[in-house]
Design a protein around this ligand. Structure first.
Ligand SMILES: N[C@@H](CCC[C@H](N)C(=O)O)C(=O)O
Length: 328
């Protein structure tokens, strides 16, 4: 008897990578599916002989209502630990590109557990393998203790407080982030310092742990860059080409340890928005639109005083195939 399989496509946004599966695919246990196929040691890869990175940071289950104006894209991100994330900035760009390539519309509304998020593919890229540039409205960052959320005992925003040895500010940018500004993000052992903060009692639903440092003047963000997709240096160059031809210097470097992945990812979009929101709150910048540089490529973040934040950056389709529907 043949094993049931489902079609998938692989996408990444600045190295934060996702399997895209249609929501109506017959996947009996989404958590088990994500755990098996996202595994970095044994999970999906481009082909038998591929030396590219295995696995993924999550599975985006997507559907498309192309009759709506603009088209609507219900989006559910199932993470490698089986949890469902309310929002994902890099995944949102991938979802918008997937929908655009399916129905042709460059503007779509992503229907996420955090609310509706408008997305625009501002540059679709020259071909299917080329990175596109996508702008996503990310909602208003919130420091409200109930929105982060913080534990009931905390009645006010958590701003520059010591949590498990790290001085953090808590913000919700669709998902909770504990943001710590440090002298040099690359000098911190993130895998050691992040887990106690991610699981701290003050965060009843956990938190992503995001480090940020002010970039040196004139820093173009390229010197520490890892290869975004893990296959060749071309993808990191693609990320540059697709970040909106952005010649502005990098304002902040970023690294994020993600809840649900339980490890560092090459980029985190909600984390990039969190960095700028917290920087503004702490008076580190009065710039509303800034370039943020995680390891996988650069992102443009806008956090206006009275409106929703936006996140702009690349999205790239890597490959497609079929996966075992029930790998339990
Ligand atoms: N990588 C994402 C964030 C995904 C959700 C996060 N891991 C959580 O559980 O809160 C992004 O690009 O925003």
């Amino acid at each position: 008897m043949s094993v049931p399989r489902v079609p998938f496509e692989k996408y990444h946004g600045t190295g934060n990578d996702f399997l895209v599966v249609r929501a109506d695919a017959d996947v009996p246990d989404r958590a088990a599916f994500a755990a098996a196929h996202c595994d970095r040691e044994t999970g999906v890869r481009a082909g038998e002989r591929s030396e590219g990175r295995r696995g993924a940071d999550g599975v985006l289950f997507l559907s498309l209502d192309a009759e709506a104006t603009p088209p609507r894209v219900p989006m559910t991100l199932v993470q490698p630990d089986g949890s469902i994330a309310e929002m994902c900035g890099n995944g949102a760009r991938c979802a918008a590109l997937w929908a655009t390539r399916d129905c042709g519309a460059r503007r779509v509304v992503l229907d996420t557990p955090a609310g509706d998020r408008r997305a625009t593919v501002t540059d679709p890229g020259a071909g299917a393998a080329d990175p596109a540039t996508v702008e996503v409205e990310m909602g208003r960052p919130s420091f409200d203790p109930e929105r982060v959320p913080l534990s009931e005992a905390v009645g006010e925003p958590l701003v520059e407080e010591n949590v498990e040895g790290l001085t953090v500010t808590a913000v919700n940018t669709g998902v909770p982030h504990a943001v710590a500004f440090v002298d040099d993000v690359n000098a911190v052992d993130l895998d050691a310092v992040a887990p106690p903060v991610r699981h701290a009692d003050v965060f009843p639903e956990g938190a992503n742990v995001t480090l940020a440092s002010v970039a040196d003047d004139g820093d173009d963000g390229d010197d520490e860059r890892t290869d975004a997709a893990g296959a060749s240096g071309a993808d990191a160059a693609d990320a540059d080409a697709a970040d909106g031809a952005d010649d502005a210097p990098v304002a902040f470097r970023q690294r994020t340890y993600e809840r649900g992945v339980e490890g560092e990812t090459r980029a985190c979009g909600t984390g990039a928005v969190a960095v700028v929101a917290v920087a503004r709150r702490l008076g580190l910048t009065d710039g509303a639109s800034l370039r943020v540089s995680p390891p996988g490529g650069d992102l443009r973040v806008t956090v206006p005083a009275g409106g929703p934040a936006t996140l702009t950056g690349p999205a790239t389709r890597e490959f497609a195939g079929e996966l075992e529907a029930d790998p339990r």
